[in-house]
Design a protein around this ligand. Structure first.
Ligand code: B12
Length: 215
């Protein structure tokens, strides 16, 4: 595997949950020529392991927050590089992105927003704990992609509520509904009648790009 050492260093730095170590690993991987998307993937795997260790009681809340800050800092460093790699200045679609009501997890959603933006989408990122009506308002205002993120089994049901409202209000055919977040699967995506499931930000961007360019 290319950049195996860098991938391992990024993963280890995330699991060590020390911000300077994470930034150092990102800068080293970047300087070695590792693609920003591959850096993000390696870090995301580390973030998932942080979650597992947190659940097992081997890491605590400040550790999780420190790793989360590391992800955010990495996006600051890598965002401009992703934009440069994306190349296109042409707008290929308008996407509203947000974490659904009741859910404050926004790291993965923000990565998706950045990558979609770099791929040529105009992105309206509403943040986290977004009131359901705000998604609807953005779709009414003309967004043709709607990305909803949920990280908890208690909040993932909000996605279905939003899709159902678009059906009731005759908006469903105007918008590509995208869903993602750790508990979401392709099966769940199909069950609630969404169009796109993205397991990673990379996959999300590729799928959205294909739909936008085929339209
Ligand atoms: C970081 C974290 C936090 C941080 C959030 C910081 C932040 N700004 O986001 C803090 C500490 C604040 C937090 C709080 C809580 N958390 Co928390 N948290 C996590 C943790 C460890 C990591 C999540 C993460 O950032 N992953 C890394 C990112 C990169 O991955 P990702 O989000 O999955 O995103 C990728 C894909 O899913 C996809 N994607 C994401 N969004 C979208 C959207 C679209 C449209 C598409 C297509 C794709 C897509 O692309 C992304 C990039 O590749 C998870 C553990 C886990 N395994 O997920 C628990 C976890 C989600 N939290 C959990 C819980 C319970 C909570 C709390 C209730 C408190 C608690 N008891 O710990 C509160 C929630 C309060 C609330 N109302 O929301 C549980 C949820 C359990 C469940 N089944 O419902 C988890 C699973 C931990 C656990 N095992 O118990 N948490």
């Amino acid at each position: 595997m290319a950049f195996e050492a860098e991938s391992k260093a990024l993963y280890d730095a995330m699991v060590a949950v020390k911000l300077p170590g994470i930034i150092d690993a990102v800068n080293k991987a970047d300087a070695a020529g590792m693609a920003p998307t591959a850096i993000i993937d390696a870090m995301s795997a580390g973030m998932t392991e942080v979650g597992v260790l947190f659940q097992k009681g081997r890491l605590f809340l400040p550790h999780v927050l420190s790793a989360a800050a590391g992800m955010n800092k990495a996006m600051e460093i890598l965002g401009p590089k992703l934009a440069a790699a994306g190349g296109s200045n042409e707008k290929i679609g308008t996407a509203v992105m947000g974490t659904v009501e009741g859910d404050v997890h926004d790291i993965g959603k923000s990565i998706c927003s950045t990558m979609l933006q770099c791929a040529g989408f105009e992105v309206h990122d509403l943040g986290r704990d977004v009131p359901t009506q705000k998604f609807i308002d953005e779709i009414k205002a003309g967004c043709n992609f709607c990305g909803m993120s949920a990280l908890m089994t208690t909040t993932m049901t909000v996605m279905k509520t939003i899709i159902d409202i678009t059906k009731e209000q005759g908006l469903r055919d105007k918008v590509t509904m995208m869903v993602g977040g750790a508990p979401i699967t392709q099966v769940y995506c199909d069950k609630i009648g969404a169009d796109v499931y993205g397991e990673t930000a990379n996959e999300t961007t590729e799928k959205a790009k294909k739909i936008a360019l085929d339209a």
